[in-house]
Design a binder for this molecule. Structure first.
Ligand SMILES: Nc1nc2c(c(=O)[nH]1)N[C@H]1C(S)=C(S)[C@@H](COP(=O)(O)OP(=O)(O)OC[C@H]3O[C@@H](n4cnc5c(=O)[nH]c(N)nc54)[C@H](O)[C@@H]3O)O[C@H]1N2
Ligand SMILES: Nc1nc2c(c(=O)[nH]1)N[C@H]1C(S)=C(S)[C@@H](COP(=O)(O)OP(=O)(O)OC[C@H]3O[C@@H](n4cnc5c(=O)[nH]c(N)nc54)[C@H](O)[C@@H]3O)O[C@H]1N2
Ligand code: SF4
Ligand SMILES: [Mo]
Length: 710
């Protein structure tokens, strides 16, 4: 077990030449495409890598450009291969013993001086299920702190909370990907599938060939919008008004399913009463869309026999993201388009383990299996699995950005960070940077020296997707086993093993005595048993044999659940719930001083804060630097030319990027990708205002001004 490496790497020797074929899974987005890498040694001794897709249920054998080049960061010369410790202001190599000893000593000192709640733990949706589960356990009973949260707060929290409240369960896709071609109408709200889950595009193309009417709701004419029959080029932040206007029209025209509403839902009367005040003409004005287009959308969806609604971050990363998703779910329920073939709702999950990462306890209020940390029975059950008393499990903590505020206020003084780069990805980065700088002690576990790792006192080198065995749950809710294909380089350790080592040095070794990721999964299965996200019936052996299993899967003879809600929803009464709540949080409004709306998102070749993809030469060459997409008329108004450096400023701060003039965006809106840090970081200007239901920051709307830099 030296270095925390387990088992043999899954390597197929293809012939007698030493050439190898590695079987793996892309580390990036939520589709989790399977891939194989051919490693060939040339006569001169150089190794070349050729990547191709492997057949799998989600994306057949397709890979996008990120998947084709993922190995480049994992094999990069900048991979961290030994621990680093800050000495005299500089990060210098250290031994594991020295690093772990120091961490244990500093954690123990912090606990004694300020209590365990002075230590924060922060995780991510790239971590395997095993690591995410263990990180939650580590925070609660290894360290004893209530403060744990993760980057999925910025990603999935609005859709997750909306799904839980509406359906009683949060599983990203309620139907199969195979239902997409069967849908007669598809709504894609704030999701840019063509760049963000590109290997899923054939499902939509097939739907189109079958005659589906596709509606895309996005302030930009994205690559996804190109396939739309109707593109609603909405003003950012106004999706609730649009969805409500569509519902109002559907109610007035009778395009609803009264029997479904009666038999399978609750809360309709209250919603119906509220709809009396909705005025589609007024909504059209605020959304910046023609009323006629809203009517077309309502009739296309309302009259279609089958239909699927998808939402992603455009709708969700808002201060009213929870209610915005629920406004779209009102449409789904009112028209009875869920629980039958070709129908459903999909929250297009983002990160590789965005789905599994939100189920097993790295959220501030959550215990494994989507259990609640505030529910006595849930606490007692998980305590029994962990072998501790229920009162040993702390109460609920706060959300990711709120943890940054507590650091800024000096309440959280030590941070353990695994699998995130918050100094680039949080909103209002100026405060976040100050908060991280104020810490007494920052530990970062990463495979590369991210912008946040550069600020750390100790950096721990971790294994990459090629080296670390574990399960990940993709956007369908399908649990997949990704096996190590290579031994870890240098002195690299697995995430889970690091957690075990620190726990042992904190005197909690007995509770963290695993020797493989499979042993952790065996405990996770039991801890999730009977919970909403029930993995009990899933084993590594089954995953190898069946190539993925959809949760919930309550017993080892259960086939898994690809399709949800055909009989009942997951609330105790079996019914889904409409919402009639109204948004109470005002959006940041433009003013004379800050006249433009800044929104943000992604481009095809880069992934999140770019730590991995910016180190891939092929991907970096495709998209070298950040930019602002700006309409030609708007550019003219501010005397901005193509490719010019501009400064974009909000009340919170400013950043600088080059201009990219394009007729594909609204005139009142500018768009900036999120993949770059430093002076090019869009989050220097974004707003930290949080959605009151789920604490999602309102990333997608900030009032800004723009000026050319001379
Ligand atoms: N290439 C690539 N793929 C990725 C990722 C990546 O970084 N790069 N990240 C992964 C992750 S973690 C995630 S969460 C997903 C994100 O996947 P998406 O949510 O699809 O990505 P975004 O680009 O953030 O936002 C989608 C669209 O929302 C639009 N938008 C902005 N404001 C609004 C609004 O107010 N209303 C509406 N209706 N639309 C709006 C934007 O113009 C954008 O085209 O992608 C995953 N896949
Ligand atoms: N303005 C704006 N901001 C956003 C968004 C937006 O749309 N607009 N989107 C938000 C969303 S949806 C998300 S998901 C967040 C993501 O933002 P971050 O949480 O910062 O995500 P990453 O950039 O993926 O950072 C992950 C870090 O973990 C490392 N890493 C990768 N895999 C592993 C692993 O297995 N173990 C360990 N220990 N480390 C690993 C990577 O090298 C990288 O340094 O950003 C959010 N921020
Ligand atoms: S980034 Fe997503 S779509 Fe592209 S290869 Fe990886 S998992 Fe597949
Ligand atoms: Mo995300």
């Amino acid at each position: 077990m030296k270095n925390g490496l387990t088992g043999a790497a899954v390597v197929e020797e293809s012939d007698g030449t030493g050439n190898k074929v590695l079987h793996t899974q892309c580390p990036f987005c939520s589709v989790q495409c399977k891939a194989q890498i051919h490693m060939q040694t040339t006569p001169s001794g150089a190794v070349t890598y050729t990547v191709e897709g492997l057949p799998n249920a989600a994306s057949s054998g397709r890979l996008c450009v990120k998947g084709l080049n993922a190995h480049q960061h994992a094999l990069h010369s900048e991979r961290l291969q030994q621990p680093l410790m800050r000495k005299e202001g500089r990060l210098v190599p250290a031994t594991w013993d020295e690093a772990l000893h120091t961490i244990a000593e500093r954690f123990a000192a912090a606990m004694t001086a300020h209590g365990p709640d002075s230590i924060g733990v922060y995780g991510g949706g790239s971590l395997t299920n095993e690591t995410a589960y263990l990180l939650g356990k580590f925070a609660r009973i290894g360290v004893g702190t209530r403060y744990i949260d993760y980057n999925g707060r910025f990603c999935m929290s609005a859709a997750a909370s909306a799904g839980s409240r509406t359906f009683g369960i949060d599983r990203g896709l309620t139907c199969r990907l195979a239902d997409i071609p069967l849908a007669r109408c598809i709504i894609l709200a704030g999701t840019n599938i063509a760049e963000c889950q590109p290997t899923l595009m054939p499902y939509f193309n097939e739907a189109k060939e079958n005659g589906a009417f596709i509606i895309v709701i996005d302030p930009r004419a994205t690559a996804t919008a190109k396939m739309a029959d109707l593109h609603l080029q909405i003003r950012p932040g106004t999706d609730i008004l649009l969805a409500d206007a569509m519902l109002k029209i559907m109610l007035d025209e009778g395009w609803i399913d009264k029997q479904f509403i009666h038999e399978r839902t609750g809360g309709y009367e209250e919603l119906y009463a509220r709809m009396k005040d909705v005025d589609p003409a007024e909504a059209a004005r605020v959304c910046g869309i023609d009323e006629e287009q809203i009517r077309r959308a309502a009739s296309a969806y309302g009259l279609a026999e089958t239909g699927i609604v998808f939402t992603a971050r455009g709708v969700e990363q808002q201060t009213d993201g929870h209610l915005a998703v629920r406004a779209f779910l009102n449409l789904v329920l009112a028209s009875g388009k869920i629980g039958r073939e070709g129908c459903g709702y999909g929250a297009v999950t983002g990160q590789g383990n965005g789905q599994g990462g939100r189920e097993h306890g790295q959220k501030a209020d959550q215990l494994p299996g989507y259990r609640s940390i505030e529910n006595e029975a849930d606490r007692a059950y998980v305590a029994s699995v962990w072998g501790v008393a229920p009162e040993d499990i702390p109460g609920k903590g706060v959300s990711a950005y709120e943890m940054m505020e507590l650091m800024h206020q000096g309440q959280i003084k030590t941070l353990f960070l695994m699998g995130s780069n918050p100094v680039v990805s949080n909103p209002n980065v100026n405060l976040v940077k100050d908060g991280l700088e104020k810490l007494d002690f920052l530990v970062v576990a990463d495979m590369l020296l991210s912008e946040t790792a550069r600020m750390a006192d100790i950096v721990l080198p971790v294994s990459s997707y090629l080296e670390n065995t574990g399960t990940l749950t993709n956007l369908e809710g399908r649990v997949l086993l990704r096996e190590a294909a290579l031994p870890a380089p240098g002195e690299v350790h697995h995430d889970w093993h690091i957690l075990c080592d620190i726990a042992e040095r904190l005197g909690k070794g007995k509770l963290f005595s695993y020797t493989s990721s499979e042993e952790i999964f065996e405990e996770l299965r039991v801890a999730s048993k009977g919970g909403a996200a029930d993995y009990y019936g899933i084993t590594y052996e089954r995953l190898r044999r069946e190539e993925g299993i959809y949760w919930p899967c309550p017993s080892t003879d259960h086939p898994g659940t690809p399709f949800m809600f055909s009989e009942a929803f997951a609330h105790p009464d079996g019914k889904a719930q409409f919402t009639s709540l109204q948004n109470s949080v005002a959006k940041e409004a433009v003013s004379e001083e800050y006249p433009l709306i800044l929104t943000n998102g992604r481009v095809l070749a880069h992934y999140l804060t770019g730590v991995q993809t910016r180190r891939s030469p092929t991907l970096a060459a495709r998209s070298e630097a950040n930019f602002v997409e700006i309409h030609p008329d708007t550019a003219r108004r501010y005397r901005i030319e193509e490719g010019q450096w501009v400064e974009i400023e909000s009340e919170r701060g400013s950043f600088s990027v080059r201009s990219r003039i394009s007729g594909h965006i609204r005139k009142d809106t500018i768009f900036v990708p999120m993949h770059w840090g430093g002076v090019q970081n869009v989050n220097l200007a974004t707003s930290p205002a949080l959605d009151p239901f789920c604490k999602m920051p309102g990333f997608k709307v900030a009032a800004v001004r723009i000026k050319r830099v001379y």
